[in-house]
Every structure is written in structure tokens, then in C-alpha cells.
Write a protein that binds this ligand. Structure first.
Ligand SMILES: C[S@@+](CC[C@H](N)C(=O)[O-])C[C@H]1O[C@@H](n2cnc3c(N)ncnc32)[C@H](O)[C@@H]1O
Length: 201
């Protein structure tokens, strides 16, 4: 069994869980983070477009005792109907925002921020660069290393303007620049951030 991503483990140690707290796991993969959230007492809304991941998460040993607190939604991030989803205390997007089609990113990010209760938390990775990745039924494709810049550091600060930073780390990642044959450094930011009480957007 895979291990829980260190960023999520760190966040769960830092953030005191409250009774009845609700978390979204946005892009669940094989479900380690969903399992950890349930173990910490959260009700979890697990969102993914790959049915098999959503079926398999229910079979995990660490999830089975908590099935009454697990809700799954099969949807593309880009087509998700946010209206029936309740406001959440925790929004986990672990290595999943890079799969959003870039032209949809801003509108989805706006939904994410609105979905987090004042005082709630965002935990996940944000990128200054992106290769156009797509995921179809668990298979990942990279469309010929097409580079789509997602945001600069300044844009990143703008994205996080409604949050106080709790933890922030940067890691460099090499990416291939389209049609040039050379590589450049991109940055992945790992973020734990608390939504401010007043929402500016
Ligand atoms: C790289 S995995 C990350 C899984 C897990 N959060 C982790 O940290 O290991 C990305 C996840 O997002 C899901 N995904 C990718 N593109 C998606 C999309 N457009 N809509 C919904 N889910 C998507 C995939 O099925 C997969 O479960």
C-alpha cells in the first residue's frame, strides 16, 4: 500500500480536527489521503473522474470502518456541479490541480476558494508551469510536452490572497519547453493555507 503524502500528514498534524468537520479530496488516486482524512475524523467528499478509483477506495481496509462518512462524486473537475456540495473545513488537492485544463483553472480555483469555510484550509500543490496532462480512465497522457504556463509567482500570490500561509515550500521541476528540445526549471509550491475570515473576491 502506498503511503500518505507528507504534505497531508503534516497538515493533519497541524490542523486540529473539529467534530463534524468535512473535507474534500479533489482527485483521490488510490485513496491514501482519503483514508487518512477519514481516520482523523473528517467526513470526506471524494471527487474523481475515474470510477475505478472511487469504487476501490471503498474497499480499502483503512476506509471500511468509516464508510458512513465517505461520499463519492464521479465528475470531471471541469464539469463538476458545485451547487450540492457543502462548504468544507479542508480542501485537499494533492497533485491534482495540474490536470485541470488551463483555460478552466481560474474558474475552478474561484469555486475552490468559495467552497472553503472562513477559517478552513487549502492543502495542495500549485504550479508555475504545466505540461498539458490529461487523464482518461487512470491512464495519463502528456500531449507532446506542450507547455502551458499556469501562473507566475505574482499570480500565485494573487491566487492565495484570501488565505494566510501556514506552510509553504517550493521544489524545482525540470520541464521540456515545447518544440525547443531544451528544459527549464518550473516550480511546484506545496501549500497549507488558512482561509481568511473575510472573503475579498
Ligand atoms: C496524480 S493523481 C493524484 C492522486 C492523489 N491525490 C495523490 O496525491 O497521490 C491525480 C488524480 O486526479 C484525477 N483526475 C485527473 N484529471 C481529472 C479531471 N479532469 N477530473 C477529475 N479527476 C481527475 C485522477 O483520476 C487521479 O485520481
Amino acid at each position: 500500500m502506498e503511503t500518505v503524502r507528507p504534505l497531508i500528514t503534516k497538515a493533519l498534524a497541524l490542523i486540529p480536527a473539529t467534530d463534524g468537520a468535512v473535507a474534500i479530496d479533489f482527485g483521490i488516486g488510490t485513496g491514501e489521503e482519503t483514508g487518512a482524512l477519514l481516520h482523523h475524523g473528517y467526513s470526506v467528499i471524494a471527487i474523481d473522474n475515474f470510477k475505478e478509483f472511487l469504487d476501490e477506495v471503498r474497499l480499502r481496509k483503512d476506509v471500511q470502518p468509516h464508510l458512513t462518512r465517505l461520499f463519492t462524486i464521479q465528475a470531471n473537475f471541469e464539469e463538476l456541479d458545485w451547487r450540492p456540495i457543502p462548504p468544507v473545513d479542508l480542501f485537499v488537492a494533492s497533485f491534482s490541480l495540474c490536470f485541470i485544463q488551463p483555460e478552466k483553472f481560474q474558474s475552478i480555483w474561484h469555486h475552490i476558494v468559495k467552497q472553503i469555510k472562513p477559517g478552513g484550509y487549502f492543502i495542495g500543490e500549485l504550479y508555475t508551469h504545466l505540461q498539458r496532462n490529461t487523464q482518461i480512465d487512470g491512464f495519463f497522457t502528456e500531449e507532446s510536452s506542450e507547455l502551458i504556463p499556469l501562473f507566475t509567482e505574482k499570480e500565485l500570490r494573487e491566487l492565495l490572497k484570501d488565505f494566510e500561509s501556514i506552510y509553504f515550500a517550493e521544489a524545482k521541476e525540470l520541464y521540456e519547453v515545447q518544440d525547443t528540445g531544451h528544459s527549464e526549471d518550473g516550480t511546484i509550491y506545496s501549500v497549507i493555507a488558512r482561509r481568511k475570515e473575510l472573503f475579498s473576491s
